[in-house]
Design a protein around this ligand. Structure first.
Ligand code: UN1
Length: 511
């Protein structure tokens, strides 16, 4: 197999140099970074200490104090330039994402496209940070709300979208007048170094073209849990946006509330789709295949539960089994591959454990085995399709691997209840051509998730919508729509332009 002979360390070094990262940043140090493609080391980084992190947050706070005074459309210009750098480096950064995460080529590039899209969105937003003018009950008064910059925004991101999630947060935070401190996953620090270098390039251009920007506007902290905790507990970080497991959110959430800080939590998903009797089965097959097997099942929006109506079960499920049996698994850097590796051996162990539990709970497993390629430390698996008698055991948990649990249903209301009966609430979809079913699914009594789609899978959201979910998914919203409001503080202002002082609610207080 060709993967065995790949020299990804050399290619990584070349890409990092092309992206403007100093070689000293990824040689030496204690943090070893491996590519899941080969399981071999591609870089070594020095980790920041707790005291360095604290100093970086203080410096970021100073940056905020200056940046908040720069008019928002000018702040938008910096983000526009970042978007230009990303456009120019899309191929190199996309390739680096593929090497560091193991995403197939089009998904590595797609991730960078997502960054470009949010930059465009944020540039437009930089002229639209609107507040309302509100009717007041007092004469010669005006009442309005103003949106002001908030402070240093902490960003904690996961391995599976190592750079796009930073951009959703950073592009908005920056046009909103904030500085950012970013702790990426320890599994994917190289793409973070590259993004930081591109940001610095954009910043240089911004300043050269007459823009005013402070040092330390965007800070990257490479490190583990200890530095993440500094971000979570630091009084000069009023908002932490954290993406990761529900367990991580359970630790982060209470610590933020303890000090009355805000959190945008993007945690686990256990996303489902319902396939109804009238569904277009060709379209459904494609939608399910991408959502369940794409990114080797390692998106927070990955399809994990599939409810199929009994009248179409025997038509759809054999076709799905065929797709699962024939999907191309292997080197994600090769065109034609659809499923790359799992991130590491631990992910593989968790997948096998979940499949074992599924069997004990009466499930019939197709696939799920390791696909041999002679590499001991790279973990390629055949995606697993598991027919389950009901929604029990591992079906109720998120396993970050390509496992699709398939269940048969007969009654629409009952399946809706089952759909909502898990603790997570990120994304969902229904495949139907029945208007009543579709509308019910997206109505108040339908899907209880933050994302509910009709005739497409639950993954692969565009940046224009607010992204996030309910229940154990954490409740945060980032990216499009009015998610920007979480990155600003709102002030209600009442202005008396008269010569008398009428009090609200008719209160009299004449001294
Ligand atoms: C994630 O997996 O953390 O909707 C984010 C999607 C992507 C983002 C996923 N746009 O699948």
């Amino acid at each position: 197999m060709t993967i065995a002979v790949l020299d990804l360390a050399t290619e990584t070094a070349k890409l990092l140099a092309e992206l403007g990262v100093d070689a000293g940043r990824y040689h030496g140090g204690t943090l070893s970074v491996t590519s899941p493609v080969t399981g071999k080391e591609i870089g070594r980084l020095r980790e920041a200490s707790v005291s360095e992190t604290k100093a970086a947050i203080e410096a970021a706070h100073q940056a905020f104090l200056e940046w908040r005074a720069v008019p928002a459309p000018k702040r938008g210009e910096l983000v526009r330039l970042l978007g230009e750098e990303l456009r120019a480096s899309k191929a190199a950064l996309g390739r680096l994402v593929s090497i560091e995460v193991g995403k197939i080529t089009s998904e590595g590039l797609g991730e960078v496209q997502e960054m470009i899209d949010i930059c465009d969105f944020a540039v437009g937003l930089s002229r639209q940070l609107y507040g309302l003018t509100i009717a007041t009950e007092r004469s010669e008064h005006r009442m309005m709300e103003s949106w002001h910059p908030l402070g240093v925004v902490g960003i904690i991101s996961a391995f599976n979208f190592p750079v796009a999630v930073w951009s959703w947060n950073a592009a908005l935070a920056m046009v909103c007048g904030n500085s950012t401190v970013w702790k990426p996953s320890e599994k994917t620090p190289l793409t973070a170094l590259a993004v930081q270098a591109l940001f610095e390039k954009a910043l240089k251009r911004f300043v050269a073209e007459g823009g005013t920007a402070p040092a330390n506007l965007s800070t990257l902290i490479i490190g583990g849990r200890d530095v993440g905790e500094v971000l979570v507990d630091h009084p000069k970080i009023p908002l932490v946006s954290a993406t990761g497991s529900t367990a991580m959110g359970r630790a982060v959430g209470p610590r933020l509330s303890q000090r009355f800080a805000r959190g945008i939590l993007e945690l686990g998903g256990n996303n489902a789709a319902i396939v109804c009797p009238s569904a277009d089965l060709d379209l459904t097959l494609r939608g399910v295949a991408f959502s369940a097997m794409g990114t080797a099942g390692q998106r927070c929006t990955t399809l994990r539960r599939l409810f199929v109506h009994e009248s179409v079960y025997d038509q759809l499920v054999p076709r799905l089994q065929k797709a699962y049996g024939s999907v191309t698994i292997g080197n994600p850097l090769e065109s034609g591959t659809l499923v790359g590796p799992l991130i590491d051996g631990q992910a593989f162990e968790k997948m096998q454990a979940a499949l074992g539990e599924a069997k004990s709970a009466g499930g019939t497993v197709t696939g799920g085995e390791r696909v041999g390629n002679g590499l001991t430390d790279a973990f390629y698996v055949r995606p697993a399709l598991v027919e389950m008698p009901d929604q029990t055991g591992p079906v109720e948990h998120e396993t970050f691997a390509p496992i699709l649990y398939v269940m048969k249903y007969s009654d629409f209301d009952a399946v809706l209840a089952l759909h909502n009966a898990v603790p997570q609430g990120l994304s969902s979809s229904i495949f139907t051509n029945d208007m009543r079913e579709a509308e019910t699914f997206v109505s108040a009594r339908g899907s209880d998730c933050g994302i509910a789609n009709v005739n497409l899978g639950p993954s692969g959201a565009e940046i224009g919508g607010a992204f996030g979910g309910e229940k154990e998914t954490g409740g945060g919203r980032e990216s499009g729509s009015d998610a920007w409001k979480a990155y600003m503080r709102r002030a209600t202002n009442t202005i008396n332009y008269g010569r008398t002082l009428p009090l609200a609610q008719g209160v009299k207080f004449d001294v």
